[in-house]
Design a protein around this ligand. Structure first.
Ligand code: LFR
Length: 466
Protein backbone atom coordinates (compact mmCIF):
# COMPACT_ATOMS: atom_id res chain seq x y z
CA UNK A 1 0.00 0.00 0.00
CA UNK A 2 1.24 3.47 -0.86
CA UNK A 3 0.62 6.77 0.93
CA UNK A 4 1.23 10.10 -0.84
CA UNK A 5 2.80 12.87 1.22
CA UNK A 6 2.46 16.43 -0.03
CA UNK A 7 5.19 18.21 1.91
CA UNK A 8 5.39 21.93 1.25
CA UNK A 9 8.42 23.83 2.49
CA UNK A 10 8.97 27.55 2.11
CA UNK A 11 11.55 27.12 -0.67
CA UNK A 12 10.37 23.88 -2.31
CA UNK A 13 7.48 21.46 -2.33
CA UNK A 14 7.52 17.72 -2.96
CA UNK A 15 5.14 14.87 -3.54
CA UNK A 16 6.52 11.65 -2.10
CA UNK A 17 5.08 8.18 -2.66
CA UNK A 18 5.75 5.94 0.33
CA UNK A 19 5.12 2.21 -0.01
CA UNK A 20 5.08 -0.19 2.91
CA UNK A 21 7.16 -3.24 1.96
CA UNK A 22 7.55 -5.73 4.76
CA UNK A 23 9.34 -4.03 7.63
CA UNK A 24 10.36 -0.87 5.80
CA UNK A 25 8.97 1.99 3.77
CA UNK A 26 10.23 2.68 0.27
CA UNK A 27 10.05 6.34 -0.64
CA UNK A 28 10.05 7.77 -4.15
CA UNK A 29 10.08 11.52 -4.71
CA UNK A 30 7.61 11.79 -7.56
CA UNK A 31 7.86 15.52 -8.00
CA UNK A 32 9.81 18.41 -6.48
CA UNK A 33 9.34 22.04 -7.36
CA UNK A 34 11.09 25.15 -6.15
CA UNK A 35 8.99 28.17 -5.29
CA UNK A 36 9.51 31.44 -3.51
CA UNK A 37 7.58 34.39 -2.17
CA UNK A 38 7.39 37.47 -4.41
CA UNK A 39 6.03 40.95 -3.93
CA UNK A 40 2.39 41.42 -5.03
CA UNK A 41 0.69 44.77 -4.25
CA UNK A 42 3.71 45.61 -2.10
CA UNK A 43 3.33 42.48 0.06
CA UNK A 44 5.58 39.42 0.02
CA UNK A 45 3.18 36.70 -1.17
CA UNK A 46 3.10 33.00 -2.07
CA UNK A 47 1.89 31.88 -5.47
CA UNK A 48 -0.86 29.57 -4.23
CA UNK A 49 -2.16 28.77 -7.73
CA UNK A 50 1.30 27.68 -8.85
CA UNK A 51 1.75 25.51 -5.75
CA UNK A 52 -1.71 23.96 -6.21
CA UNK A 53 -1.05 23.17 -9.90
CA UNK A 54 2.22 21.50 -8.93
CA UNK A 55 0.50 19.50 -6.17
CA UNK A 56 -2.22 18.24 -8.52
CA UNK A 57 0.28 17.41 -11.29
CA UNK A 58 2.46 15.57 -8.75
CA UNK A 59 -0.46 13.61 -7.34
CA UNK A 60 -1.68 12.61 -10.83
CA UNK A 61 1.82 11.43 -11.68
CA UNK A 62 1.94 9.53 -8.38
CA UNK A 63 -1.33 7.64 -8.87
CA UNK A 64 -0.25 6.72 -12.41
CA UNK A 65 3.05 5.29 -11.11
CA UNK A 66 1.62 3.84 -7.89
CA UNK A 67 -1.81 2.32 -8.63
CA UNK A 68 -1.96 1.07 -5.01
CA UNK A 69 -1.92 4.65 -3.64
CA UNK A 70 -4.67 4.90 -1.03
CA UNK A 71 -4.24 8.18 0.80
CA UNK A 72 -2.88 11.71 0.68
CA UNK A 73 -2.04 14.26 3.37
CA UNK A 74 -0.70 17.82 3.12
CA UNK A 75 1.75 19.44 5.49
CA UNK A 76 3.32 22.88 5.16
CA UNK A 77 5.60 25.31 6.96
CA UNK A 78 4.00 27.06 9.93
CA UNK A 79 2.04 30.24 10.64
CA UNK A 80 0.73 31.20 7.19
CA UNK A 81 -2.96 31.18 6.30
CA UNK A 82 -5.32 31.96 3.41
CA UNK A 83 -8.22 34.40 3.59
CA UNK A 84 -11.29 33.24 1.64
CA UNK A 85 -14.39 35.14 0.53
CA UNK A 86 -17.97 33.84 0.74
CA UNK A 87 -17.39 31.84 -2.46
CA UNK A 88 -14.24 30.28 -1.01
CA UNK A 89 -11.85 32.18 -3.29
CA UNK A 90 -8.70 33.74 -1.84
CA UNK A 91 -9.28 37.42 -1.05
CA UNK A 92 -5.56 38.27 -1.33
CA UNK A 93 -2.66 36.16 -2.59
CA UNK A 94 -1.31 34.03 0.25
CA UNK A 95 0.70 36.52 2.27
CA UNK A 96 4.11 35.31 3.38
CA UNK A 97 5.26 35.41 6.99
CA UNK A 98 8.52 37.18 6.21
CA UNK A 99 6.66 40.24 4.93
CA UNK A 100 7.53 43.26 7.04
CA UNK A 101 3.92 44.40 7.54
CA UNK A 102 3.88 42.75 10.98
CA UNK A 103 6.87 44.83 12.03
CA UNK A 104 4.97 48.00 11.05
CA UNK A 105 1.95 47.01 13.15
CA UNK A 106 3.87 45.50 16.08
CA UNK A 107 3.54 48.52 18.37
CA UNK A 108 -0.23 48.62 17.80
CA UNK A 109 -0.41 44.87 18.37
CA UNK A 110 1.42 45.14 21.68
CA UNK A 111 -1.00 47.82 22.83
CA UNK A 112 -3.77 45.25 22.43
CA UNK A 113 -1.84 42.28 23.82
CA UNK A 114 1.55 42.49 25.49
CA UNK A 115 4.18 39.84 24.83
CA UNK A 116 3.58 38.33 28.27
CA UNK A 117 -0.15 38.18 27.63
CA UNK A 118 0.44 36.43 24.29
CA UNK A 119 2.51 33.83 26.09
CA UNK A 120 -0.04 33.36 28.89
CA UNK A 121 -2.93 33.14 26.41
CA UNK A 122 -1.31 30.68 24.00
CA UNK A 123 1.91 29.18 25.36
CA UNK A 124 3.46 30.42 22.12
CA UNK A 125 6.51 32.68 21.96
CA UNK A 126 5.54 36.16 20.77
CA UNK A 127 6.86 36.62 17.21
CA UNK A 128 5.99 38.90 14.35
CA UNK A 129 5.52 35.88 12.06
CA UNK A 130 2.69 34.37 14.15
CA UNK A 131 -0.70 34.03 12.43
CA UNK A 132 -2.21 36.31 15.10
CA UNK A 133 0.24 39.10 14.18
CA UNK A 134 -0.29 38.53 10.47
CA UNK A 135 -4.09 38.75 10.66
CA UNK A 136 -3.85 41.83 12.87
CA UNK A 137 -1.58 43.49 10.29
CA UNK A 138 -3.99 42.47 7.52
CA UNK A 139 -6.91 44.12 9.36
CA UNK A 140 -4.86 47.28 9.95
CA UNK A 141 -3.38 47.64 6.46
CA UNK A 142 -6.01 46.10 4.16
CA UNK A 143 -9.36 46.82 5.84
CA UNK A 144 -11.33 46.74 2.56
CA UNK A 145 -10.03 43.30 1.70
CA UNK A 146 -10.62 42.17 5.29
CA UNK A 147 -14.30 43.10 4.98
CA UNK A 148 -14.68 40.54 2.17
CA UNK A 149 -13.26 37.67 4.24
CA UNK A 150 -15.66 34.90 5.25
CA UNK A 151 -13.20 32.19 6.29
CA UNK A 152 -9.54 31.87 7.16
CA UNK A 153 -7.87 28.50 6.64
CA UNK A 154 -4.37 27.67 7.72
CA UNK A 155 -2.23 26.93 4.67
CA UNK A 156 -2.28 23.09 4.78
CA UNK A 157 -6.00 23.14 5.59
CA UNK A 158 -6.53 25.28 2.47
CA UNK A 159 -4.94 22.61 0.27
CA UNK A 160 -6.83 19.88 2.18
CA UNK A 161 -9.99 21.85 1.42
CA UNK A 162 -9.15 21.99 -2.30
CA UNK A 163 -8.50 18.24 -2.26
CA UNK A 164 -11.58 17.23 -0.29
CA UNK A 165 -14.07 20.11 -0.19
CA UNK A 166 -13.92 19.93 3.63
CA UNK A 167 -12.82 22.73 5.93
CA UNK A 168 -10.79 21.94 9.01
CA UNK A 169 -8.60 23.86 11.48
CA UNK A 170 -5.86 21.37 12.23
CA UNK A 171 -4.36 21.46 15.67
CA UNK A 172 -0.66 21.13 14.83
CA UNK A 173 -0.66 24.06 12.39
CA UNK A 174 -3.08 26.15 14.44
CA UNK A 175 -0.69 25.78 17.37
CA UNK A 176 1.97 27.74 15.50
CA UNK A 177 -0.22 30.84 15.24
CA UNK A 178 -0.72 32.05 18.87
CA UNK A 179 -4.52 32.06 18.45
CA UNK A 180 -5.21 28.93 20.53
CA UNK A 181 -4.97 28.19 24.24
CA UNK A 182 -1.82 26.43 25.52
CA UNK A 183 -1.90 22.84 24.21
CA UNK A 184 -3.87 24.08 21.17
CA UNK A 185 -7.01 22.04 21.75
CA UNK A 186 -9.23 25.11 21.27
CA UNK A 187 -9.01 28.68 20.01
CA UNK A 188 -8.67 31.42 22.58
CA UNK A 189 -11.65 33.74 21.97
CA UNK A 190 -10.11 36.43 24.18
CA UNK A 191 -7.17 36.78 21.79
CA UNK A 192 -9.53 37.19 18.84
CA UNK A 193 -11.48 39.81 20.75
CA UNK A 194 -8.44 41.76 21.88
CA UNK A 195 -7.03 41.90 18.34
CA UNK A 196 -10.37 42.53 16.62
CA UNK A 197 -10.04 39.35 14.52
CA UNK A 198 -13.56 38.08 13.74
CA UNK A 199 -13.99 34.73 15.48
CA UNK A 200 -16.42 33.77 12.68
CA UNK A 201 -13.44 33.51 10.30
CA UNK A 202 -12.45 30.25 12.01
CA UNK A 203 -14.27 27.06 13.00
CA UNK A 204 -13.11 24.89 15.89
CA UNK A 205 -9.67 23.38 16.29
CA UNK A 206 -9.77 19.64 15.65
CA UNK A 207 -7.38 16.84 16.54
CA UNK A 208 -5.55 15.27 13.60
CA UNK A 209 -4.54 11.76 12.57
CA UNK A 210 -7.99 11.28 11.09
CA UNK A 211 -9.77 10.70 7.79
CA UNK A 212 -11.21 13.80 6.09
CA UNK A 213 -12.97 12.19 3.11
CA UNK A 214 -12.60 11.14 -0.49
CA UNK A 215 -10.49 13.26 -2.84
CA UNK A 216 -12.74 15.30 -5.13
CA UNK A 217 -10.07 16.28 -7.69
CA UNK A 218 -10.47 14.78 -11.17
CA UNK A 219 -8.41 11.64 -11.61
CA UNK A 220 -7.57 11.38 -7.90
CA UNK A 221 -10.79 9.71 -6.72
CA UNK A 222 -8.96 6.60 -5.48
CA UNK A 223 -7.29 8.66 -2.72
CA UNK A 224 -8.66 9.21 0.75
CA UNK A 225 -7.68 12.62 2.12
CA UNK A 226 -6.34 12.29 5.66
CA UNK A 227 -4.67 14.59 8.17
CA UNK A 228 -1.35 13.03 9.10
CA UNK A 229 -0.08 16.25 10.72
CA UNK A 230 -0.65 19.57 8.99
CA UNK A 231 2.56 21.26 10.20
CA UNK A 232 5.77 19.99 8.64
CA UNK A 233 7.65 19.79 11.93
CA UNK A 234 4.76 17.87 13.50
CA UNK A 235 5.17 15.31 10.71
CA UNK A 236 8.94 15.29 11.13
CA UNK A 237 8.78 14.33 14.81
CA UNK A 238 6.46 11.43 13.93
CA UNK A 239 9.45 9.96 12.08
CA UNK A 240 11.54 10.02 15.26
CA UNK A 241 12.51 6.71 16.85
CA UNK A 242 11.34 7.07 20.44
CA UNK A 243 12.75 5.58 23.56
CA UNK A 244 9.90 6.16 26.00
CA UNK A 245 12.25 5.81 28.97
CA UNK A 246 14.09 8.98 27.94
CA UNK A 247 13.25 12.48 26.78
CA UNK A 248 13.47 12.70 22.99
CA UNK A 249 15.33 15.82 21.96
CA UNK A 250 15.19 16.71 18.28
CA UNK A 251 16.54 19.27 15.86
CA UNK A 252 14.54 19.55 12.67
CA UNK A 253 16.95 21.20 10.34
CA UNK A 254 15.72 23.00 7.23
CA UNK A 255 15.32 26.71 6.51
CA UNK A 256 14.57 26.84 10.22
CA UNK A 257 16.36 24.98 12.96
CA UNK A 258 13.56 23.73 15.15
CA UNK A 259 15.11 22.49 18.39
CA UNK A 260 12.73 20.80 20.79
CA UNK A 261 11.61 17.92 22.93
CA UNK A 262 8.60 15.58 22.86
CA UNK A 263 6.24 16.00 25.83
CA UNK A 264 2.63 15.41 26.77
CA UNK A 265 2.18 18.77 28.49
CA UNK A 266 3.29 22.29 27.57
CA UNK A 267 6.19 23.94 29.41
CA UNK A 268 4.64 27.18 30.66
CA UNK A 269 6.99 28.58 33.32
CA UNK A 270 8.11 32.17 33.36
CA UNK A 271 11.62 30.97 32.66
CA UNK A 272 10.37 29.18 29.52
CA UNK A 273 8.81 32.43 28.33
CA UNK A 274 11.97 34.41 29.01
CA UNK A 275 14.06 31.90 27.07
CA UNK A 276 11.77 32.19 24.03
CA UNK A 277 10.31 28.68 24.18
CA UNK A 278 7.18 27.95 22.14
CA UNK A 279 4.73 25.07 22.74
CA UNK A 280 3.65 23.67 19.39
CA UNK A 281 1.43 20.62 18.92
CA UNK A 282 2.16 17.27 17.33
CA UNK A 283 -0.07 15.44 14.87
CA UNK A 284 -0.98 13.05 17.69
CA UNK A 285 -2.31 14.32 21.02
CA UNK A 286 1.10 15.41 22.33
CA UNK A 287 3.22 18.52 22.20
CA UNK A 288 6.70 19.57 21.11
CA UNK A 289 8.01 22.52 23.16
CA UNK A 290 10.75 24.06 21.03
CA UNK A 291 12.88 26.97 19.95
CA UNK A 292 12.43 28.25 16.41
CA UNK A 293 15.96 29.22 15.42
CA UNK A 294 16.78 30.96 12.16
CA UNK A 295 18.60 28.07 10.50
CA UNK A 296 19.97 27.06 7.12
CA UNK A 297 17.98 29.92 5.63
CA UNK A 298 21.08 32.00 6.35
CA UNK A 299 23.16 29.67 4.19
CA UNK A 300 20.45 29.45 1.49
CA UNK A 301 20.41 33.24 1.29
CA UNK A 302 24.22 33.39 1.08
CA UNK A 303 24.06 30.88 -1.79
CA UNK A 304 21.48 33.08 -3.50
CA UNK A 305 23.79 36.10 -3.23
CA UNK A 306 26.82 34.14 -4.48
CA UNK A 307 24.79 32.75 -7.39
CA UNK A 308 23.81 36.31 -8.39
CA UNK A 309 27.48 37.36 -8.12
CA UNK A 310 28.61 34.41 -10.28
CA UNK A 311 30.54 32.77 -7.41
CA UNK A 312 30.56 29.17 -6.10
CA UNK A 313 27.10 28.42 -4.75
CA UNK A 314 26.89 24.64 -5.10
CA UNK A 315 26.21 23.31 -1.62
CA UNK A 316 28.45 20.24 -1.91
CA UNK A 317 31.43 22.34 -3.02
CA UNK A 318 30.72 24.94 -0.37
CA UNK A 319 30.65 22.34 2.41
CA UNK A 320 33.93 20.84 1.14
CA UNK A 321 35.55 24.28 1.19
CA UNK A 322 34.13 24.97 4.65
CA UNK A 323 35.39 21.63 6.00
CA UNK A 324 38.91 22.52 4.77
CA UNK A 325 38.77 26.10 6.11
CA UNK A 326 40.17 26.88 9.56
CA UNK A 327 37.78 28.13 12.21
CA UNK A 328 37.79 31.93 12.48
CA UNK A 329 37.33 31.62 16.22
CA UNK A 330 34.35 33.99 16.20
CA UNK A 331 30.60 33.42 15.87
CA UNK A 332 27.49 35.55 15.43
CA UNK A 333 24.04 35.16 16.97
CA UNK A 334 21.57 33.85 14.35
CA UNK A 335 18.68 35.14 16.51
CA UNK A 336 19.50 38.75 15.54
CA UNK A 337 16.54 40.01 13.50
CA UNK A 338 18.61 40.98 10.43
CA UNK A 339 19.26 37.28 9.70
CA UNK A 340 15.54 36.57 9.25
CA UNK A 341 15.22 38.94 6.30
CA UNK A 342 15.86 38.16 2.64
CA UNK A 343 18.65 39.72 0.48
CA UNK A 344 22.26 40.70 1.15
CA UNK A 345 22.92 37.87 3.62
CA UNK A 346 26.66 37.51 3.03
CA UNK A 347 27.13 41.19 3.88
CA UNK A 348 25.03 40.83 7.01
CA UNK A 349 27.05 37.84 8.17
CA UNK A 350 30.33 39.67 7.54
CA UNK A 351 29.05 42.83 9.26
CA UNK A 352 28.21 40.80 12.34
CA UNK A 353 31.86 39.76 12.89
CA UNK A 354 33.83 42.55 11.18
CA UNK A 355 34.71 44.20 14.50
CA UNK A 356 36.45 40.98 15.64
CA UNK A 357 38.04 39.53 12.51
CA UNK A 358 39.32 40.81 9.17
CA UNK A 359 36.62 40.01 6.61
CA UNK A 360 38.10 41.39 3.39
CA UNK A 361 39.97 38.22 2.46
CA UNK A 362 37.32 35.71 3.49
CA UNK A 363 36.19 33.28 0.83
CA UNK A 364 32.87 31.46 0.49
CA UNK A 365 34.13 28.41 2.44
CA UNK A 366 35.15 30.62 5.38
CA UNK A 367 31.71 32.21 5.46
CA UNK A 368 29.98 28.82 5.34
CA UNK A 369 32.12 27.58 8.22
CA UNK A 370 31.30 30.72 10.18
CA UNK A 371 27.57 30.20 9.60
CA UNK A 372 27.69 26.52 10.61
CA UNK A 373 29.80 27.14 13.71
CA UNK A 374 27.42 29.92 14.73
CA UNK A 375 24.44 27.61 14.31
CA UNK A 376 26.16 24.83 16.28
CA UNK A 377 26.89 27.29 19.12
CA UNK A 378 23.25 28.39 19.09
CA UNK A 379 22.16 24.75 19.36
CA UNK A 380 24.34 24.35 22.45
CA UNK A 381 22.61 27.31 24.10
CA UNK A 382 19.21 25.90 23.04
CA UNK A 383 19.97 22.44 24.43
CA UNK A 384 21.20 23.90 27.71
CA UNK A 385 17.98 25.89 28.00
CA UNK A 386 15.77 22.94 27.06
CA UNK A 387 17.39 20.50 29.46
CA UNK A 388 17.19 23.10 32.24
CA UNK A 389 13.45 23.45 31.55
CA UNK A 390 12.69 19.71 31.40
CA UNK A 391 15.16 18.75 34.13
CA UNK A 392 16.16 15.76 31.97
CA UNK A 393 19.70 15.59 30.60
CA UNK A 394 20.22 14.76 26.93
CA UNK A 395 22.17 11.66 25.97
CA UNK A 396 21.83 12.26 22.23
CA UNK A 397 20.25 14.67 19.76
CA UNK A 398 18.22 13.49 16.76
CA UNK A 399 18.99 15.80 13.86
CA UNK A 400 16.41 15.38 11.07
CA UNK A 401 15.51 17.01 7.80
CA UNK A 402 17.67 18.37 4.97
CA UNK A 403 20.41 19.52 7.38
CA UNK A 404 21.06 15.88 8.31
CA UNK A 405 22.84 15.52 4.95
CA UNK A 406 25.24 18.29 5.89
CA UNK A 407 27.98 16.17 7.49
CA UNK A 408 29.98 19.20 8.60
CA UNK A 409 27.00 20.71 10.43
CA UNK A 410 26.25 17.35 12.10
CA UNK A 411 29.86 16.90 13.22
CA UNK A 412 30.25 20.50 14.44
CA UNK A 413 26.99 20.10 16.38
CA UNK A 414 28.15 16.84 18.00
CA UNK A 415 31.51 18.45 18.88
CA UNK A 416 29.87 21.53 20.35
CA UNK A 417 27.27 19.58 22.35
CA UNK A 418 29.60 16.81 23.51
CA UNK A 419 26.93 14.15 22.84
CA UNK A 420 26.26 11.96 19.78
CA UNK A 421 24.15 13.43 17.00
CA UNK A 422 21.94 10.88 15.24
CA UNK A 423 21.46 12.30 11.74
CA UNK A 424 18.39 11.34 9.70
CA UNK A 425 15.87 10.77 8.37
CA UNK A 426 16.54 13.31 5.69
CA UNK A 427 13.01 13.75 4.34
CA UNK A 428 11.60 13.51 7.85
CA UNK A 429 8.32 15.36 7.23
CA UNK A 430 7.41 13.17 4.25
CA UNK A 431 8.33 9.98 6.14
CA UNK A 432 6.41 11.07 9.25
CA UNK A 433 3.41 11.93 7.11
CA UNK A 434 3.55 8.56 5.35
CA UNK A 435 3.85 6.61 8.61
CA UNK A 436 0.92 8.48 10.14
CA UNK A 437 -1.16 8.01 6.98
CA UNK A 438 -0.58 4.25 6.96
CA UNK A 439 -1.50 4.16 10.66
CA UNK A 440 -4.66 6.20 10.06
CA UNK A 441 -5.66 3.91 7.17
CA UNK A 442 -5.21 0.86 9.40
CA UNK A 443 -2.37 -0.55 7.29
CA UNK A 444 0.42 -0.10 9.84
CA UNK A 445 0.30 -0.99 13.53
CA UNK A 446 1.74 1.95 15.55
CA UNK A 447 3.55 -0.60 17.72
CA UNK A 448 5.80 -1.31 14.70
CA UNK A 449 6.68 2.38 14.16
CA UNK A 450 10.13 2.35 15.78
CA UNK A 451 11.21 -0.73 13.81
CA UNK A 452 9.89 0.67 10.55
CA UNK A 453 11.72 3.97 11.10
CA UNK A 454 14.90 2.08 12.03
CA UNK A 455 14.75 0.05 8.83
CA UNK A 456 13.88 3.04 6.64
CA UNK A 457 15.72 6.09 7.95
CA UNK A 458 19.44 5.34 7.19
CA UNK A 459 20.60 7.31 10.23
CA UNK A 460 24.29 8.16 10.76
CA UNK A 461 25.79 8.65 14.21
CA UNK A 462 28.26 11.53 14.68
CA UNK A 463 30.28 11.16 17.85
CA UNK A 464 31.85 14.24 19.47
CA UNK A 465 35.56 14.65 18.63
CA UNK A 466 38.29 15.74 20.98
C1 LFR B 1 9.66 24.93 9.33
C2 LFR B 1 8.59 25.76 9.99
C3 LFR B 1 8.87 26.04 11.43
C4 LFR B 1 8.07 27.28 11.58
C5 LFR B 1 8.54 28.02 10.39
C6 LFR B 1 7.79 29.23 9.98
O1 LFR B 1 9.33 24.71 8.00
O2 LFR B 1 7.36 25.14 9.88
O3 LFR B 1 8.47 25.02 12.30
O4 LFR B 1 8.14 27.91 12.72
O5 LFR B 1 8.54 27.03 9.38
O6 LFR B 1 6.56 28.90 9.48
Amino acid sequence: MTALAVDLGSSSGRIVAATLRGDRIEEVEVRRFPHQARFVDGYLSWDLDFIWDEVVAGLREAVARFPDAISVSVDTWGVDSVTLDADDHPVTPGRAYRDERTTRTLAAYRKRISDEETWAASGIAPATINTANQLFAFLQEEPDAARRVATVLHLPDYFTFLLSGQKRWSRSHVSTGALARPGAHEFNDEVFEALGIPRSWFGDVTAEHDIVGPCVVDGLGQLTVVRAGSHDTACAVHALQRDTAQESYFLSCGSWSVLGVLRDEPLLSREAYQLGLTNEARGDAGLRPLFNITGLWILQECQRQWRAEGKTHDIVELIEQAAAAPSLGVIFNPDEPQFALPEGMVDRVLDAVSDRVGVDTLREGDVVRLVLESLAARYVRGMNDLTALTGAPATQLNLMGGGSRNALLCQLTADALGIPVIAGPNEASALGSAIAQLEIMGVLDPARRNDIIGATAHTIEYRPRG
